[in-house]
Design a protein around this ligand. Structure first.
Ligand code: IMP
Ligand code: MG
Length: 182
């Protein structure tokens, strides 16, 4: 077992729990797109870790692209105003697209992305989100590939950051109060 980072208060999802779930999601996606052309779109930066593991759990031919978005707001809350920092390299017109997102909090980021990508005429558009926070989600989203429903707490690890740190933790956990003060 990996040693827990001293800034982490409690581990909410262990490395093993995450790996089992990601393997399951990859298997389901592979079955659903067995005879279809598949394009996974990762939402940077948070989704880079999930994308790396999920891509290797997918056994059908697939292509990968990334988008970087930033939502205006504080470091622990989104405002819903989304800016595209890096757009896709590929044209998604006529493609079967699965958006890969680390966590859905209010749902505002994803709902903006969905309408933006829908406007480009994909053949199909689905969402894979490893985590959701049902208690604080403000927009209803149809998430086809879903990992974990989380308590409404701010968490870091497995791609998720606080001020750009902790993304490389292989588990997901809450931070000790002192970590917010430094
Ligand atoms: P939403 O627009 O409120 O759904 O927020 C989505 C984005 O906010 C995610 O893609 C994350 O980058 C970030 N985010 C939401 N909740 C957390 C959290 O608990 N820890 C770290 N980042 C988070
Ligand atoms: Mg973030």
């Amino acid at each position: 077992m990996t040693e827990v980072n001293p800034d982490v208060e409690s581990v909410v999802l262990t490395e093993d729990e995450i790996q089992v779930k990601v393997a399951e999601l990859g298997k389901r996606i592979s079955e659903d797109y067995r005879d279809a052309d598949l394009l996974l779109v990762g939402v940077l930066k948070g989704a880079f870790v999930l994308m790396a593991d999920l891509s290797r759990a997918i056994t059908v031919p697939a292509e990968f692209d990334f988008m970087a978005v930033s939502s205006y707001g504080s470091s622990t809350r989104t405002s819903g105003v989304v800016r595209i920092l890096k757009d896709l390299d590929l044209d998604i017109g006529g493609r079967n697209v699965v958006i890969v997102e680390d966590i859905v909090d209010s749902g505002l980021t994803l709902s903006y992305l969905l309408s933006n990508l829908r406007g480009r005429g994909p053949r199909s558009l689905e969402i894979c989100a490893l985590m959701t926070k049902p208690d604080v989600q403000e927009v209803a989203l149809d998430i086809r590939y879903h990992g974990f429903a989380m308590p409404p707490q701010f968490v870091v690890g497995y791609g998720l950051d606080y001020l750009q740190r902790y993304r490389n933790l292989p588990y997901v956990g809450t931070l000790k109060p002192h970590a917010y003060e430094e």
